[in-house]
Design a protein around this ligand. Structure first.
Ligand SMILES: C[S@@+](CC[C@H](N)C(=O)[O-])C[C@H]1O[C@@H](n2cnc3c(N)ncnc32)[C@H](O)[C@@H]1O
Length: 240
C-alpha cells in the first residue's frame, strides 16, 4: 500500500502530497534548513556540480517546490531553467523568491505533474530533481516521463533521502527521524502529518541499487549512486 501523508483521507497520494505541501509551503524553507542543519544546501550544490562538464543550457527541475534546486542550477550558467510542481502553495513561495532575487527571466516556475509532463520529447539538456521522486504517486511513470523529455546524451541528476546502513549512523538517524524530526516539524509547520510522512516515505522508498534499477528499467544508461553524509541522502545519475 502507498505511504500517504493523511492516512484517514480518501484521496490518492498525489492529491494528498499536493495538499500537504500547500499546508507547509510557508514554513518549508525554514524547516528544511533547521531540520537538516543546513546540510540540504550542501547536498544540492554537490549534485549540481556533477553537471558542470555537460554545460546544459535548458534545464528542467521536477518537483521544484520553492525553487532551491533550480537556484543552485544557476551555477551551470544555463539559458533557462523551468521548474514544475503540483503544489500551488510551494510554487507561490518559489515565485516570490525569484521575484525578490530578480531571477524571473531565467527561472520559470510552472504547475506541472512529473507523471504527465506537458513538454515534447527530447527537449531538455538536463532533468534534475531534489527530494521529489519519493513523493511521486507512481515512481516508474514519473521517471519514464523524465527520460522522455530529456535529449539523447542528456543527464538526469536526482537527490533523495536514503537509508544509512551502518552503525551508529543507522541507529542515530532512525532515532532522529522517528522521534525528533516529527515533533519539531509538527510544532513549526502546524501540520500533524507532514513530518511523520517524511520518515515513513523514506523507509518505503527504493534507495541505492534498487533505485538504479528503476532508472535502468525506463532506459537510463551509465547509472551511478553517490551516497552523501553516511548515506542519509544519495545522488543518482543517469544518461539518455
Ligand atoms: C520535499 S519538496 C522538494 C522541493 C525542492 N525540490 C527542494 O529541494 O527543496 C517535494 C516537492 O515535490 C512536489 N511533487 C510531488 N509529487 C509531484 C509530482 N508528481 N509532480 C511534480 N511535483 C511533485 C511536491 O509538491 C513538493 O513541492
Amino acid at each position: 500500500m502507498a505511504v500517504v501523508p493523511y492516512k484517514n483521507k480518501q484521496e490518492g497520494k498525489k492529491e494528498q502530497v499536493a495538499e500537504m505541501f500547500n499546508n507547509i509551503s510557508k514554513r518549508y524553507d525554514l524547516l528544511n534548513h533547521v531540520l537538516s542543519l543546513g546540510i540540504d544546501i550542501i547536498w544540492r550544490k554537490k549534485a549540481i556540480k556533477l553537471l558542470q562538464k555537460d554545460k546544459p543550457k535548458l534545464i528542467l527541475d521536477i518537483a521544484t517546490g520553492t525553487g532551491d534546486f533550480a537556484i543552485e542550477a544557476l551555477a551551470l550558467n544555463p539559458d533557462k531553467i523551468i521548474g514544475v510542481d503540483i503544489s500551488a502553495g510551494m510554487l507561490e513561495e518559489g515565485r516570490k523568491k525569484m521575484k525578490k532575487r530578480n531571477l524571473e527571466h531565467i527561472i520559470d516556475l510552472q504547475m506541472g505533474d512529473s507523471e504527465k509532463l506537458l513538454f515534447e520529447d527530447n527537449k531538455f539538456d538536463a532533468v534534475i530533481v531534489s527530494f521529489g521522486v519519493r513523493n511521486f504517486e507512481t515512481l516508474e511513470k514519473g521517471i519514464a516521463d523524465m527520460y522522455r523529455v530529456l535529449k539523447p546524451g542528456g543527464k538526469t541528476v536526482i537527490v533523495e533521502f536514503s537509508k544509512p546502513k551502518k552503525f551508529p549512523m543507522k541507529q542515530g538517524y532512525n532515532f532522529y527521524f522517528k522521534y525528533i524530526l516529527p515533533r519539531i516539524g509538527k510544532l513549526v509547520s502546524k501540520d500533524d502529518s507532514a513530518y511523520t510522512y517524511l520518515p515513513e516515505s523514506v523507509q518505503a522508498f527504493p534507495d541505492g541499487n534498487d533505485f538504479l534499477e528503476v532508472l535502468e528499467k525506463v532506459g537510463f544508461k551509465n547509472t551511478k549512486c553517490k551516497p552523501l553524509t553516511f548515506g542519509i541522502s544519495s545522488i543518482y545519475i543517469g544518461e539518455k
